[in-house]
Design a protein around this ligand. Sequence first.
Ligand code: ATP
Length: 326
Amino acid sequence: MKTKILTILSNSDGYVSGQQLCEQLGVSRTAVWKVINRLKEEGYLIDSVSNKGYRLLSQPDVVTSEAILSKLQTNYMGRQVFSYDEVTSTNTVAKQLADEGKEEGTLIVSDKQIQGKGRRGRYWESPKGSGIFMTVILKPKMKPVYASMLTLVAALALNDAITDLTGLEAKIKWPNDVVVNKKKVAGILTELSAEVDYINYIVVGIGVNVSMKDFPEELKDKATSLLLESGKSIGRAQLIAKTMEYLECYYERFLKTHDLSELKETYSKVLINKDQVVRILTEDDSYTGVARGITDEGHLIVEKDNHDLVEVYSGEVSVRGLYSYT
Ligand code: ATP
């Protein structure tokens, strides 16, 4: 009922009468009043005027399931939310919940991560209250070998959501980072549970720097936040909901072909590396070339100095600009 009342108040410009809420929800006035009070305690500023009703004046920047669901317009993506104050990492919790059988689209969100993870054992800085740390469970019926493409699908969704809500020109640094003004605002970590030819589930973890004003010394030259770049406070619940909407849409298109043939043109348009010189860093080698786009499988196409085209697989490498992070 809290989610329903919040949804009605969020979608209304003016006052909503207590009577209207009671009738719409089929509950008593006292029940409505109790929920309104609970919302006020949580930081929602709600004006209550006798004979007029309730009006939502402002919302706290929280990542509770009510805050997210009251803004969500999807069929299944993010429809079931598990929200926490603190977790080791949302991917870890998501894997436990997926093992218990939680359905596709289930979303795990936390206000803070103690052990936020990046690719290959790296860390993800996840301070309390200023970022989005979330993971969505997916269960596509396809071969495990296709799973890594979902990182690119999620990057596209996240990039669109950030652009929509901030007006910033967000770009993707292949394969899994969203950058603004050449610095990283978000990253994606996809993990897989599979049999040889069957996917049990995939967890797609997304970290976004929303309102950090500062970063640890070692990240200062490559990390930034939406607040630092746009000067605007972006509601985290709103951005989560918007990302889920785009993700559902792009995921559905991906499922039609099980590759990126439908999405690669859109992806290439926001690929910051496109036609730029990149340095490809592998475990024991590094070389430079010009990034030309991606293949249907999501590999980066790099033109080497001798004009040979090579396909770079995301598992093995990091990509850098020649002189900076991008
Ligand atoms: P790289 O970012 O080095 O190209 P990558 O994309 O493979 O590599 P990820 O696994 O996406 O790296 O992210 C982990 C890395 O991102 C960490 O090693 C750290 O340098 C950086 N990082 C950690 N926390 C944040 C953050 N909140 N914002 C931006 N960058 C971060």
